[in-house]
Design a protein around this ligand. Structure first.
Ligand code: IPE
Ligand code: IPE
Ligand code: MG
Length: 244
């Protein structure tokens, strides 16, 4: 049972294992991505149903540009298809779409579709779906540090005025709360350059399930598991109990 008082406000997911899912079936990797897109639909829906306000999905990393042209093209096409088919549901359900990453590196057609859906859903207030595209945590920090350095050089701020808050606010999405829960599928125990600054105190859930098999039921299990965690943020258990 999910305790509504213990719902994460922000869930981030490293959607991994599409290639292995396909390989095990003797299929092309792209088939794995296609079935994985179904998992995305289910998880977005489940989030909206249980009342999670922020969902961030790692869809394409800055490092994923190393993949074959064929695979990248297929991934971009699937992204466009996802955006076009889901737009109505996003509008009906009050879901705002936003993106983090070096979006300018995407091909024009994909970028235009993305911008169009972001604009059309900009006023939605029920839930924010953030897609990490051409995203890298180090690149995000690098961009933030450059922008802060520029502000110092221009005399707009002094070095002492740089705080954790100003760094957070210089990231790609200044208003996004840090993730409470990070899920990684396919059993890999690594972060792969995802949200490095933001996950300082995020709870982590790793499952061996490959992304195309990760559906509503297991997503809800992860949320339930999160509800049982004690988040201490460096304090002791006794101190936490005292506060509640
Ligand atoms: C995740 O699945 C999707 C992307 C990285 C775009 P993978 O394609 O990484 O699948 P595996 O890890 O090779 O199984
Ligand atoms: C992480 O998966 C990126 C996405 C899920 C988009 P990868 O498959 O690229 O990660 P590594 O290379 O195994 O660390
Ligand atoms: Mg992978």
């Amino acid at each position: 049972m999910i305790d509504p008082r213990k719902l994460p406000e922000h869930v981030a997911i490293i959607m991994d294992g599409n290639g292995r899912w396909a390989k095990r079936r003797g299929m092309d990797r792209v088939r794995g991505h296609r079935v994985g897109a179904e998992s995305v639909r289910e998880v977005v829906r489940a989030c909206r149903e249980v009342g999670i306000s922020w969902l961030t999905l790692y869809a394409f990393s800055e490092e994923n540009w190393k993949r074959s042209k064929y695979e990248i093209r297929a991934l971009m096409k699937l992204l466009r298809q996802f955006l076009m088919t889901e737009l109505d549901e996003m509008l009906e359900n009050g879901i705002r779409l936003q993106a983090i990453g070096r979006i300018r590196k995407l091909d024009a057609k994909t970028r235009e579709t993305l911008v169009d859906v972001m604009e059309q859903t900009a006023e939605n207030r029920e839930m924010v779906l953030t897609l990490a595209l051409s995203y890298g945590g180090r690149q995000e920090l690098l961009d933030a540090f450059r922008s802060l350095a520029l502000q110092i050089q221009q005399g707009a701020i002094s070095p002492e005025q740089i705080t954790e808050e100003t760094i957070s606010h210089s990231l790609y999405t200044p208003s996004m709360p840090d993730p409470d829960l990070l899920i990684r599928t396919s059993g890999e125990y690594r972060i792969s350059n995802f949200l490095l600054w933001q996950i300082a105190y995020t709870e982590i859930y790793v499952t061996p399930t490959l992304w195309p098999d990760f559906r509503k039921e297991e997503f809800l299990r992860a949320i339930e598991d999160y509800g049982k965690r004690e988040r201490r943020f460096g304090a002791t258990s006794e101190q936490i109990e005292h506060k509640t």
